[in-house]
Write a protein that binds this ligand. Sequence first.
Ligand code: BJ8
Length: 424
Amino acid sequence: MSDYTKMWENLGLNLKAHSGLLSVLSDAYKDIYLSQKDRPKGMGYFDFVVSEIHGLRIEEIIKAKEEGKKVVGSFCVYVPEELVLAANGVSIGLCAGADAGTEEAERFIPRNTCALIKAFMGFKLAGLCPYLETTDLIVGETTCDGKKKAYEIFNDITKKVYVMELPNMKSEQGKKLWLEEVKKFKEKIEQLSGKKITIEDLRKSAALVNGKRKALKRLSRLRAFDPEPISGLDALLVNQVSFYDDPVRFTEMTNKLCDELQERVDKSVGVAPKGSPRLLISGSPMAIPNWKLHFIAETSGSIVVGEESCVGERNFRELLDENFTDMNDALEKIASRYLSINCACFSPNDERIENIRSLVDSLHADGVIHYSLQFCTPYMMEAYKVEKALENKTPILRIETDYSMGDMGQLKSRVESFIEMLKK
Ligand code: BJ8
């Protein structure tokens, strides 16, 4: 990696703490990713992206800013990326999956807050995230209570948070409210960028984002084969990178990877023996570098075949209907596509249960691990409904954890017993 010290310094990062973070990340990557056997060659690109995650990509974003583009960061898959791209902007995901900066975060928010919220607060307060520092606007959303309240504090700290109001229910009133929010967001982005978004701009950005979704869908479908041509860890990484990378390049490289995976499928080449127990992981999102559960599962004799998660199926399941007749129609289609996402923050949220059932079938999963981040009330609560729906049909293991490594041993024992049970 080149020397990016000057760039990080200019962004105001805490150089010492940041270098500590990169060194831990690099060691973890070697142990978890590079130690895997029979990886597809196409993963080389994603290895490179991770090795340059705070380097080359940040350099690209800074260059885009110098060309006048605005950088919009977000923490949730409800934020319509198409509107940012239509205004020539750069859209990036800001969620972090490491427990760095926790102490700093706990000076502002309660200890019993989920690790994802603590991480975005902590990364800012400890000066660890170059992405955050490049943003012109940070978009929050009224999903869970923790996020809603954390954004108020985050705005005090960063002075650039804009919050989209998401309804609690997908009722007619809820849909109207959300459509108005999407319209307001378009205006906000136009004001930020100084560019009036045209229907043609939206058509282009819709095709671009749909292209990314289609590539991720293709990857998901290839994981249905036995033997599975790619590990769950690698597929998770591709999904994580989709939030940071340049969308055109990402789509091209993911499709290239899928071509290779198709060849593997044709030759029955896999990363685990045929017949290995197949797991679907469902629940809270896993932001980079949260690889804990996949690592445990895949070093315990199983293979992860899918993620019913925002870093996974919820992010790409629904394509946007690109046949816009006019601007109003486009905004209605965007609002409706995003509202079809099934986050546990909604009540009721029965479509999520249906999706889990259908993923179990289509990916031929033998068991489900329901994964909640500790203190993530929506997913912890919804685990009951998921268990009920799968009862007597698909074995399910409920796990609550955070980003620390303290419970690795205990989690490993539980996952191993679950896998043993699936084998029987
Ligand atoms: S659409 S899952 S990305 S809100 S883990 S902060 S829910 S307490 S991240 Fe999410 Fe959007 Fe929903 Fe997806 Fe709250 Fe839970 Fe923490 Fe969470």
